[in-house]
Each structure stands twice: as C-alpha cells, then as structure tokens.
Design a protein around this ligand. Structure first.
Ligand code: NAP
Length: 242
C-alpha cells in the first residue's frame, strides 16, 4: 500500500500540532509548513502569507507524492474594533489567515485534480458563524475562510475533491493564552479569573482541547466522510447553539 500524504500548515503548535500527531498516528507522511521549527512530522520552514514560497514548497512535495489531504490551519488572532484596526493590521491578518489558505489550496489543486481525489480542511472558527466583540479583522478573516470552503467544494466536486471548514470554539492553545494575556495586560484583569470566566461561557463548562479538533479534522479527511463537502463543522462545546 502506498503511504498517504497530508500537508498541514501551522503544525508546530496548538491545534495544528495535534493534527500533525493525529495523522502520524494513522501512518500518514505529514508535512508541516510553519515558521516555528518542529521535530514532529516533516518540517518545512514557510511563511504562509508568502504565496510564491508556499507554492514552491507544495509543488516540490507534489512532484514526489499524491497529496491526500491539506489542512490549512495556520492563523493569527487579533483583537480590536474596526476603529482600532489600522490598514496594516487588517492586511497582516488577511495575509496570514486568508491569503495563506488561498495560496496553499491553489498549490495542492493540480495534484489533487490529477489523482481525482483529495480532502481540504480550512481552519475557520465559531467566529465564522457569530460575531464576537473587539474582533473585527479576525472575525472577517474567519468568515472569508468559510466562504472559501464552500466555493472550493463547488468548483472541485467534479474532481472528487472535498473542502470543508472546521469552526472551533475556544480551544486551549498557546494562541488562546496569548490572547488572554494581551487582554489582561490592557484591562488589568487577573488571568486565572478571566480563564474561569471563559470556561463558564461554554455550555459544556470547559474549553476545548486541540486533540478534540484534530479528531474531527482527521475524520473529514477519511473515506468515512466521503459525502461531506462544502460544510461548516462546528466544534464548540455548544457555544453557538445559544
Ligand atoms: P497557535 O498555537 O498560535 O498555532 C498557530 C501556528 O501557526 C503556530 O505554530 C504559528 O507559528 C503558525 N503561524 C503563524 N503565522 C504563520 C505564518 N505566517 N506562516 C506559517 N505559520 C504561521 O494557534 P492555535 O490556537 O492552534 O490556532 C490554529 C488555528 O485555529 C488558527 O487558524 C486559529 O485562528 C484557529 N482557531 C483557534 C481557536 C482557539 O481558541 N485556539 C479557535 C478557533 C479557531 P508562531 O508560533 O511562530 O506564530
């Protein structure tokens, strides 16, 4: 049997790292495109906002392998209202969160089209479905990813390529800790208290863990999810059901 191949972006930390580990458990060859080095999977140093660099790295992988799955996960958080978001802030969030996904998807498609198969998962957010305060640029970028999953699903269904967006609620990762550290710095709030309040906001009474999201992503990339495409998969402990 030939080895299955998965490309994960932002696989050195948090949700991405759990995704890399889940695919490795299933004996996939996993490429991790990230800025921060990692010894888990095949690391490729990459700034996901640089479309040419992403294209060169994925093209080289595609010359050697059939790519079964792409998980476009790399992303940054940014907290501010529209008034407090500069043009540079907006560009930075979009370059990483949206243009990063665009470049990676565009680069894997020729390979997936040639093999008439493939699964693409975009890491959106519950913020693709609901608004959150003080989160203008991030919210916008995650809504764009939900849209990208739908249009990609429709345009490439004829090639048996599926595309879905995963919409996690609050997941305990370095990004989450950075976001509440920043909030505490500006508001003077105490971190332990903010963390308790975050937990209390979740109907299930706790934050999600990266491994829980990784399991959903992995499922979406298997034949068991063969009829699921163009969907937004919510994984949020009930947050958006309220
Ligand atoms: P994380 O722990 O910060 O991991 C993100 C990874 O992406 C890091 O390794 C980061 O590297 C990398 N990265 C950032 N900018 C990059 C770039 N330009 N090129 C390549 N790699 C880059 O974050 P996470 O919480 O796991 O989030 C992963 C994804 O899930 C993001 O898209 C995020 O928006 C989404 N999400 C997270 C939550 C949550 O509550 N945690 C909820 C919903 C959606 P550095 O460490 O060097 O920056």
């Amino acid at each position: 049997m030939t080895e299955k191949v998965c490309i994960v972006t932002g696989g050195s930390s948090g949700i991405g790292l759990a995704i890399v580990q889940r695919f490795l458990e299933a004996n996939y060859l996993v490429y991790n495109l990230d800025m921060s080095p990692s010894s888990v999977g095949e690391f490729k140093a990459c700034d996901i906002s640089n479309v040419d660099q992403v294209n060169d790295i994925i093209k080289a992988i595609a010359q050697e392998h059939t790519i079964d799955a792409l998980v476009s996960n790399a992303g940054i958080h940014f907290s501010a209202t529209i008034e407090d978001t500069t043009e540079q802030d907006l560009e930075k969030v979009f370059n990483i969160n949206v243009k990063g996904a665009y470049g990676a998807i565009k680069a894997v498609l020729p390979n997936m089209k040639a093999s008439k198969q493939g699964s693409i998962v975009l890491m959106a957010s519950d913020q693709a479905l609901v608004g959150k305060r003080n989160s203008f640029a991030y919210n916008l970028s995650k809504s764009a990813l939900a849209s990208m999953a739908k249009t990609t699903a429709l345009d490439y269904a004829a090639y048996n390529i599926r595309a879905n967006a995963v919409c996690p609620g609050t997941i305990e990762t370095p990004l989450y800790h950075k976001a509440i550290d920043n909030y505490c710095l500006t508001s003077g709030a105490e971190k332990a208290q903010v963390h308790l309040e975050e937990e209390a906001q979740q109907p299930i009474g706790r934050l999600g863990q990266p491994e829980e999201v990784a399991e959903l992503v992995f499922f979406l990339c298997t034949y068991k999810a063969s009829f699921i495409t163009g969907s937004l998969q919510v994984i949020d402990g009930g947050y958006t059901a309220q």
